[in-house]
Write a protein that binds this ligand. Structure first.
Ligand code: ADP
Length: 388
């Protein structure tokens, strides 16, 4: 039998999973995703060679999240009969202010994480439901929670506090930051790829959700997301940083309920709201509609501004790293962002950028510019290995 750890990233409508051998640094045996949970569920998985699996799992289009986990564990058993799952690692969006690393799941931890649900109502319940369901099926297998917030606990108070009354800060209204598993992966990957790994780096995680993180010596110094995953950059469907007076106006003058405002800010804004076409960057890039271009330009304008602000946190900038779906694949977005940063000495090598090379900065650029694919699953797997 091969001992393996299973990683699970359970979202509101998708579930990503991967199986890694217990031995350190071995690549995934299998990676997969179920998208469209609750509406039109669709399964896809690839083996260690990146080939689609022979016998994909059949998923009912209206499968419940709990049934999906049970079916997935059964399918994995059939698909990989020689593999013994000895630990399960989960992405958990919120670990609160104290967890600065992964934690073994216990009854006490589940209670603590349940108390954090109001801070991440769209994500935390799904993460915790997946842990509970795995516990029902694999009763004696250790589970590990890996928090998106914990990487940012290295930040000082200036970066973590809002300018709000002290009593509100004491109640936990502070900047937690997210995408920490991705930043942890990039910080680690940089050590093998760049002379600036210990320097002043800004990582731009540009996916459906998007944020940036200023690293110094591989640790988070500041980040664009704050109390919730709404803050900072413009995203696929989220508005990003917004004058809080707009929220008051929407409620007091336009008579929207808090639920309606929430839906607008989380689901109807960003690239989708501005373009009126799609939240998907690839779709907007292939469109000739003026509003698609406007949305892309606004995304890049906002990203460049946030990047410049974050450079202040480190008193300068040695390297920029682009990652996640847009950061890894959109030469246009990287070009538009970097063009707005020319005054910082950022110069792209157009040809290297077009082919998504690892190093895309020009020889005379004052700042190194890189593209590094992220791998949150491998960070979760490494955490799970500690308890395997
Ligand atoms: P998530 O935050 O859901 O994990 P991803 O990191 O997969 O998202 O990023 C999804 C985004 O990446 C989408 O906006 C998608 O259009 C964009 N993307 C993926 N491939 C390309 C491409 N070739 N060109 C432009 N955008 C792309």
């Amino acid at each position: 039998m091969t001992e393996a750890v299973l990683t699970i990233n359970a979202g509101s409508s998708s579930l990503k999973f991967a199986l890694f051998p217990v031995q350190d640094d071995f690549p995934a045996l299998l990676r997969g995703k179920v998208a469209g949970i609750g509406t039109a569920a669709a399964f896809a998985a690839r083996d260690h060679d990146g080939q689609p699996v022979d016998q994909p799992m059949s998923v009912a289009s209206d499968v419940s999240p709990d049934a999906l986990i049970t079916d997935l564990l059964r399918w994995l058993g059939r698909q990989m009969p020689d593999v013994d799952i000895v630990a399960v690692g989960h992405r958990v969006v919120h670990g609160g202010r104290h967890h600065d690393g992964p934690a073994r799941v216990t009854t006490a931890l589940m209670a603590e994480l349940t108390d954090l649900v109001p801070l991440a109502p769209l994500h935390q319940p799904h993460n915790l439901a997946a842990i509970a369901q795995v516990a029902r099926v694999l009763r004696h297998t250790p589970q590990v929670a890996c928090f998106d917030t914990s990487f940012h606990r290295s930040q000082g108070p200036l970066a973590q506090m809002f300018a709000l009354p002290a009593s509100v800060t004491a109640a936990g209204v502070m900047r937690y930051g997210f995408h920490g598993l991705s930043y942890a992966y990039i910080a680690d990957a940089l050590t093998g790829l760049s002379p600036h790994a210990e320097g002043r780096v800004i990582v731009a995680h540009l996916g459906n959700g998007a944020s940036m993180c200023a690293l110094y010596k591989g640790r988070s110094v500041a980040t664009s997301m704050g109390f919730t995953a709404l803050d900072g950059l413009m995203m696929g469907q989220r508005c990003g940083a917004l004058d809080p007076g707009v929220v008051l106006y929407l409620m007091d003058e336009m008579h929207l309920t808090s639920a309606q405002v929430g839906t607008m800010l989380y689901r109807e804004s960003g690239l989708l709201g501005v373009s009126g076409i799609s939240s998907d960057m690839a779709v907007l890039e292939s469109s000739h509609a003026p509003l698609a271009s406007l949305a892309i330009d606004m995304f890049c304008h906002r990203a460049a501004g946030e990047l410049a602000a974050l450079a202040t946190a480190n008193g300068g900038l040695d390297a920029i790293v682009f990652t996640a779906g847009i950061g890894e694949n959109s030469a246009r977005v990287r070009r538009l962002i970097c063009a707005r940063l020319a005054w910082l000495g950022v110069v792209l090598d157009g040809e290297a950028n077009a082919r998504h090379a690892t190093q895309i900065g020009a020889a005379d650029s004052a700042v190194a510019v890189m593209v590094i694919p992220t791998d949150e699953e491998s960070v979760i797997a490494n955490a799970a290995r500690q308890w395997a």
